[in-house]
Design a protein around this ligand. Sequence first.
Ligand code: ADP
Length: 445
Amino acid sequence: MMFRRVLIANRGEIALRILRSLHSLGIEAVMIYGREDRISTPVRLADESVYIPRDDPLASYLDIEAIVAAAKEVGADAVHPGYGFLAENPTFAKRLADEGITFIGPSPEVLQLLGDKITARETMLKAGLPIAQGSPGPISNPEEASLIAEKIGFPVIIKAAAGGGGIGMQVVESSDEFESAMKLCQGRALSAFGDDRVFLEKYIQGAQHIEFQVLGDGTDAIHFGERFCSIQRRHQKILEEGPWLDEAVREEIGSKVVEGAKAVGYCGLATFEFLRDSNGDFYFLEVNPRVQVEHTVTEMITGTDLVSMGIRVAYGEKIRMKQEDVMINGHAIQVRLNAENPVTLTPSPGKLWECHWPGGPGVRVDTHAYTGYDMPASFDSLLAKLIVWAPSREESIAKMKAALSEIKLLGVDTLIPLHQAILSESDFRKRNITIHYLEEHKNLL
Ligand code: ADP
């Protein structure tokens, strides 16, 4: 037994990725869409689609009541939220539950708990995960912040409890900076998340971003190893790869994230994000309670279909694999082919007059784009993801360079020249990479 019909409350490459898993599981896929996506690839491939016209293009994908009504209208037994939009919204998950429709993801309570960085930190600390020192709860005034910062040592970072997308974060070097930094962070948090609670964390110098892929079924959980995602611009990843750690460290942190997932009765796919300092110490950042853009890297090195596994556990199946069945093989790299100017990194939407993607063994392209596709300006600039697999990192880099050079795109700018430059750069080749990589290699832009 399995779901009969699932509504995909998303668009673009991830909608197509979810549709593929649904169809391979024999499940009908229903899309919602706004005006910009009338003839999009996932809409054309769906078994049925529901038009949600709105003046603001984002509103079609954010209107909870309209989406719940669409799911009821088409007789969907479940909704897959993808990433972004309503994927982490407890109210959406709750509304669906009220209608007897399954939300493919964790429960509203777990979304609530993990969506608040303060309660997430508390919960994961109790579960035994390593966490950076910081304020035990929200901080309300600069004097209190100063006292804590003096105890844990400068620099510190002020973050929004409800944060996401790197919004509002302020690095503070000394006590006299607190007043303005706190105000700034609180103001940004209030306007972006409607919640001005902020907290303090030790700033980790020269860190690497490493994250673990987890799957839970509500009782049990397993992990699929790590991804290395330190190549970021504006705190957003543009190139991800894996594996990165040696086996002993993977086992150590892996068993901790599994405990973390079990502690909250996690059901679905999750990513546990960490910073790792130059001593090799890990600091838990947050849990992303959904499928992630870079899940593909893990699928390639473990030979799994993670999206299908997330759907199965949402249906109520238990995890079929054991931890020891998860085998990591070879090396995978993903580059995000954002439609952006490779120098200014500003969006470059428009019509694709020509569009040719690479192929061959170990080359995967996840994209909704095609010749004639008109990339709208209203959404994020992710046009395609190119993922390669090879037995070693060196071979993976070589294969990625060759695959990138096969791409023919006319009409929009992309990050291809930047990715080519990174792949040839010597620190990148030597794995000498921190989250400051792009700032420290401005010549690549
Ligand atoms: P968000 O949810 O807003 O994306 P995260 O907590 O996941 O915020 O952090 C995003 C990025 O911000 C990290 O990958 C890192 O580059 C930087 N960052 C966050 N916390 C710290 C910290 N304590 N020390 C150093 N950098 C940090």
